[in-house]
Design a protein around this ligand. Sequence first.
Ligand code: CTP
Ligand code: CA
Length: 223
Amino acid sequence: DLLDGGRKPLAGRRAVVTSGPTHEPIDPVRYIANRSSGRQGHAIAAALAKLGADVTLVSGPVTLPDPRGVKVIRVDRAEEMLAAVLGALPADIAVMVAAVADWRVATENTEKIKKKPGEGPPPLMLAENPDILKTVGHHEKRPKVVVGFAAETQDVENNGRVKLQKKGADLIVANDVSPETGIMGGTRNSVKLITAAGIEQWPDLSKDEVAGRLAGWIAERLS
Ligand code: CTP
Ligand code: CA
């Protein structure tokens, strides 16, 4: 896999990748989370490393093994994920694949919340989590290539275009994750690449194939 006259195309480049869900504690035994296996994010970290990049993977709780040749930082909460990502800057490449929980519980409950018969369920006050992609996309140490994902269940192209703009990304990899597609938790993915230049639909591929192609796209963009 030596390309370009024996030199790997991402040799000497630093990359930071987020993957998996975040877990936002409600109390010591409960949490709020998004659905995410981490498969796509982990595959991208591995694919960038294969092209020679020095990769830091910031991963929420997943059951996957650490990809080979990648520095892995494990976190639980969105705020920890943001801190680890900022700690990995400066970098040339940021690929934010994590399914970050949009909200955390506003007040920390250090003791388990007990059911109180007759009182009904406890009210949960939520606070908005930091937007990691948006922070990186507008950062003074903004990487040269910033990639985000947009997992949607409707209006994929429009939602993706809005996210490209709002988050300061160079590319949004958008997909339809409606339950009937089987993409969530599965090994295959069908994505659209949304850039300022337009929209490109990729065929139905394995998540590893999407990762390999995306790493190639990033290498070309940097060259
Ligand atoms: N993202 C992030 N930090 C957050 C929320 C999202 O870094 N707090 C990143 C995701 O990793 C992904 C992109 O932003 O690359 C889009 O995530 P998504 O959840 O689709 O976007 P949101 O802006 O949260 O919008 P919504 O959930 O309302 O569709
Ligand atoms: Ca979200």
